[in-house]
Ligand binder design. Sequence first.
Ligand code: UD1
Length: 424
Amino acid sequence: MDEIRITGGRPLRGEVAIGGAKNAVLKHQVATLLTAGRHTLSNVPGILDVALMCRVLDYIGAECSLRDDRLIVEIPDELNPEAPLDLVRQMRASILVMGPLLARCGRVRVALPGGDEIGARPITMHLDGLRQMGAEFELSHGILEGVAPGGLRGADVVFDFPSVGATENILLAAVRAEGVTTIENAAREPELVDLAMLLNHMGANITGAGTSTISITGVSELQPANHKVVPDRLEAGTYAVAGAISSGHVRISHCVPEHSRMELAKLEESGCEVVRGDDWFEVTGPERPKAVNIATLPFPGFHTDMHPQMVAYLSIADGTSVLTENVYEARFRYIGELTRMGADISTDWQHAVVRGVERLSGCPVEAPDIRAGAALALAGLRAEGTSAISEVHHIDRGYHRFVEKLEALGADIERKRSSNRDLS
Ligand code: UD1
């Protein structure tokens, strides 16, 4: 079991280059299922989730090869329209194969994902939308079987919440459906806009991506495309907080500052100096941040996947901050670990009250999920003494060369195989 050890106290300095977005590339991988041929994705991050999605695609019949940041996916004429439980359990995004496989094969079998470490995460909106388009579903023994006997046809789908995954599943189904589909109250995330761009490069007819109403006119044929994945705003935001929490000065390059607008505004409110360029920004952290209040919301609101990193940062603020989590109902499980490092945080339903402390102290902690794992590492950068973060595979799911990038910025950090994990 690998472990990340960080000895805090060094202000980070230097430049870090951002890779392609996890939450975009996984959908791009799924989109290749829509048509046979050789697809090329570039700026692909070497993260665990990309490898897991390749396993999903392999199971369905594709061949994937990743060299450096270039992923080639060969899609055959015949597919096995199935995503089994072990893969869906390891990565919920596997359920996005439903839309393209229904569109392409007229049937799909996927294991129903349960809840996960950040919440119950139902998929009713995905299923309701696909039903409106002509799909029928049956659940038996935990396996969801979908068929579209008369093929998929356009529909007016209205979401009661702008779910990212549900918008993407309907989008992926609609590009090859018969007629026009409109999605009202659609998600507006930049990664979804990037997916629509890829699909349009493949020959789809999508307008309105990035607004609350997306319109898709189905086409009968698509072609493989070459596409460069949009930069990862969550990786960019995480290194921005690394600069801020360590009272350092960090330049974040190969990113889109506009995609991190709300997160950067909150860093500025807390006392950071932020300078923005076209594809870079710089963050200079204060000695000690001011407390700020944050409420997570769908884009363009404050990203829920930046919430744990900001709570780690605000835990050493001068004053009390309130973080309101509006997207997930169970995202506070990592707070116990931060508290072990000396943070003073209490939670009540969807609120975390973060009373800033002057210092954190390093100790063994366990990463419960991707972003919370990153947040614990950020806290370790500030804490006195050494923090040892276990369950590092969560961090590997979303961050490529996390330890190396922080080390290059001057952090005292190493990854090691632990012989004795019980350090308490
Ligand atoms: C995606 C991201 C995830 C991010 C989230 C919100 C990927 C691989 N994951 O997840 O990192 O945190 O967007 O920005 O891109 N919901 C329902 N019913 C549904 C669908 C969703 O109640 O049918 C709820 C979920 O339980 C959750 C909320 O809506 O509480 C947001 O979910 P959604 O936007 O769908 O997130 P994902 O696509 O799963």
